[in-house]
Design a protein. Structure first.
Length: 566
């Protein structure tokens, strides 16, 4: 009976007779089926498999389209499709009044498909398709509302991600050097330079310092998009590529040091900005920055398996946290300031349960999903010989996580009740994605421990280090519960002065030069007047032969140049 209804829905979709909200229900069911199929093959323990075909040949280099299926790609794909299913179901309610509902759903589906292209990519061509597909579809989703702020955020995101695209394209030289375009089977020749290119490209896509400014700006997108972008897709693409690279090859020490620095600074910056922020969506966005910094820090510790585990666990509870934030926006009719949302969860007990669970997962409460990954990274950090500054920066960043999340938890649950209008949700259908993410947020770390216990380490820390960790946790919780109102500063608002740099110094100047270039191509008169202006300037400064024929120095320089060339 289920198959009959499913095929009927597919037929209506192809014929264009489907109700717009049934489309997301169909996508929810399809994503669930794909996710559990991946989980089945993952639990079955199938061997790695690569399927590809040759596209073209250039001298001794062969370019091919290849798909790599192993336990890493299956696990990540199942995570992405499961979260996508929940986001599709949530958007059924959140975007129901949107006049362009179909367009939004198809762009969101293209975004998910691009991420899966990247996950299963086994060659450079497939990786570029997924990488560029993510950039294009994310731009379309960010500028979806077509306001001035959304256009600025979209182009800022596109500009920073284009830097990573340039580095990826530059790395093609090394694939030509080794003679093939398959990923994750590298030669030692040119490895350090390739690791730098791929590492910096992953930092741009994962919003690490100093490329972090686009992630809070991407909040201009609809909330379902934010739940997908900040949990398991766009921001994790660069980290996933580096994890695949590090699982097969060792990165140079200098690249690992770069990851330690960028990861620590990003995690600290995200925690500090979230502590001073009052916008609920930006608080969750800054918490994503903080957790991404922990993952990159784990890569700097040469522990890609720990970073992968934290990526999985973080994706589940962060998606649930964003969906709860979206429900609060629906309940308050668009109010995002937490000072105006006091005790809003008391009117929605189920939302209180989901919000508290996602917050406790983010804090790393024992036996929840993030406990298994976050504490493993902290323990490994203590056991590695890293510099003292990186160690202290990460400890302060972890303490800041407790501070800003407990502050948000207190404001949302236990402060003075707000007097905003309350929205009444539908019955059980609205809470389906929350229940799914709630269950996986509780048991995901435990399931990975059963499937693969190779990441578990036995390490006895000195009592002084255990005391430092305990004091940091207690201090962060205490400060978060005591402090609600904080006066912000220019340093925090500008994300350590990165926002004015990328907006004014880079974005505006690049836009001006592009505008001039387009005018030059389109308007010949503009090009002629511009050239005349520069010619006049050269003549006035005597950089051009004057009527006295005083040009012997130019001829001399030209003669020297020609002699040197030929």
């Amino acid at each position: 009976m289920f198959v009959i209804y499913y095929l009927k829905g597919v037929g209506h979709l192809l014929l264009g007779k489907m109700h717009k909200q049934r489309l997301t229900t169909l996508l929810f069911i399809s994503s669930i089926v794909v996710s559990f199929t991946s989980i089945y093959y993952l639990a079955k323990g199938m061997y790695p498999m690569s399927v590809g075909m040759s596209i073209s040949e250039l001298s001794t280099c062969t370019f091919s389209a290849s798909v790599l299926i192993d336990k890493v790609s299956l696990a990540f794909s199942s995570t992405v499709t499961l979260i996508s299913a929940c986001v599709f179901m949530f958007s059924r309610h959140y975007m129901q009044g949107d006049p362009h509902y179909w367009r939004f759903t198809w762009i969101l589906l293209s975004f998910v498909l691009s991420m899966n292209f990247l996950i299963y990519a086994g060659s450079l061509l497939m990786m570029l398709i997924g990488w560029d597909g993510l950039g294009i579809t994310s731009f379309l989703l960010i500028v979806y509302y077509q306001s001035g702020s959304s256009w600025h955020a979209g182009f800022l995101t596109l500009l920073i991600n284009r830097l990573g695209d340039i580095l990826i394209m530059t790395s093609m030289y090394f694939f030509v050097l080794v003679g093939f375009s398959l990923l994750f089977n590298y030669s030692n020749e040119g490895l350090p330079a390739f690791a730098y290119l791929l590492g910096v490209a992953s930092l741009t896509k994962s919003a690490q310092y100093p490329f972090s400014v686009w992630l809070p700006a991407a909040m201009a997108a609809p909330t379902p998009v934010s739940a997908l972008v900040h949990s398991s897709t766009l921001v994790t693409a660069g980290i996933y590529i580096m994890i695949r690279f590090m699982l097969t090859m060792d990165i140079p020490y200098s690249v690992a040091s770069l990851f330690l620095f960028c990861g620590g600074i990003t995690s600290l910056m995200g925690g500090v900005c979230a502590f001073y922020e009052n916008d609920i969506k930006k608080i969750v966005a800054y918490s994503t920055l903080s957790q991404l910094g922990i993952m990159v820090f784990s890569l700097g510790l040469n522990a890609p398996s720990y970073a992968l585990l934290h990526l999985f666990t973080h994706a589940m509870f962060k998606a649930m946290l964003f969906l709860v934030a979206g429900a609060m926006l629906m309940a308050s009719f668009g109010v995002q300031d937490i000072r105006l949302l006091g005790s809003i969860t008391q009117s929605y007990p189920l939302l209180m349960v989901f919000f508290n669970m996602s917050t406790l997962c983010l804090l790393g409460l024992p036996f929840l999903s993030a406990y298994y990954s976050k504490h493993a990274i902290i323990t490994l950090m203590w056991g590695n010989k890293i510099n003292f500054i990186s160690l202290m920066v990460m400890l302060v960043a972890i303490t800041m996580t407790s501070m800003y999340m407990l502050r948000t938890l207190k404001v949302i649950n236990w402060t003075t009740k707000s007097h905003i209008i309350k929205y009444k949700f539908e019955a059980w259908l609205f809470y389906i994605p929350y229940v799914v993410l709630f269950m996986w947020s509780m048991v995901l770390g435990w399931l990975f421990e059963l499937l693969d216990n190779t990441y578990i380490i036995n390490m006895v820390l000195p009592s002084s280090r255990e005391l430092i960790m305990l004091l940091g946790l207690v201090g962060g919780v205490t400060a978060g519960l005591m402090v609600i109102k904080r006066h912000s500063s220019l340093l925090v608002v500008n994300m350590f002065y990165m926002s004015p740099f990328w907006s004014n110094v880079v974005f505006n100047k690049v836009s001006i030069h592009i505008h001039k270039m387009e005018l030059g191509w389109i308007e010949p008169n503009y090009l002629a007047t511009t050239m005349l202006k520069y010619a006049t300037m050269l003549h006035q400064r005597q950089w051009w032969p004057s009527r006295t024929m005083n040009y012997w120095q130019y001829v001399s320089c030209l003669a020297i140049l020609m002699y040197w060339l030929y």
